[in-house]
Design a protein around this ligand. Structure first.
Ligand code: FES
Length: 157
């Protein structure tokens, strides 16, 4: 049964106090819950947030399904999100994604057997001037080549 830690719950309550309507706190609440649920949001997490925030689960679910930053299934310890939007696309994102998937032996959105990585293609991450780029958990890596990106992943503990 999912439940936030006392600190996580306090963070959600603080977000709810910050806004005029509690619905405005759905995004930060999902973000906090995802951090505490190994990087993804399950139905159980939605139900829990619904109870704690007193917001219908359907409303939370709508927000959850709209944003790609929320994961609908378990991801690796390192979630590698490669931007595939225009600037990154024309600067080599498709080759970068293909290279990483081939070297890690996974398909897109699949977790490596050791649970360490999941490679995803995402929409613009706002770093178009340094394309192609990827976000690994909360860190941006920019001006990548496939080899450079793989080396970054290999250097992660
Ligand atoms: S197009 Fe890739 S960060 Fe904007």
């Amino acid at each position: 049964m999912f439940a936030l830690s006392p600190e996580g719950l306090e963070r959600v309550k603080k977000e709810m106090r910050r806004y005029e309507t509690k619905q405005s706190a759905i995004i930060p609440a999902l973000y906090i819950a995802q951090q505490e649920n190994n990087g993804w949001i399950s139905d159980e997490v939605i139900d829990y947030l619904s109870r704690v925030m007193e917001i219908p689960a359907a409303q939370i679910n709508e927000v959850f399904k709209f944003y790609t930053m929320f994961n609908q299934k378990p991801v690796g310890r390192y979630h590698v999100q490669v931007c595939g939007t225009l600037s990154c696309h024309v600067n080599g994102a498709p080759e970068l994604i293909e290279f990483l998937c081939r070297h890690l032996g996974v398909k897109l959105d699949e977790m490596t057997a050791d649970g360490k990585f999941t490679i995803s293609r995402v929409e613009c991450l706002g770093s178009c001037g340094t394309a192609p780029m990827m976000q690994v958990n909360d860190t941006y890596y920019e001006n990548l080549t496939p080899e450079k990106a793989l080396q970054i992943l290999k250097n992660l503990p």
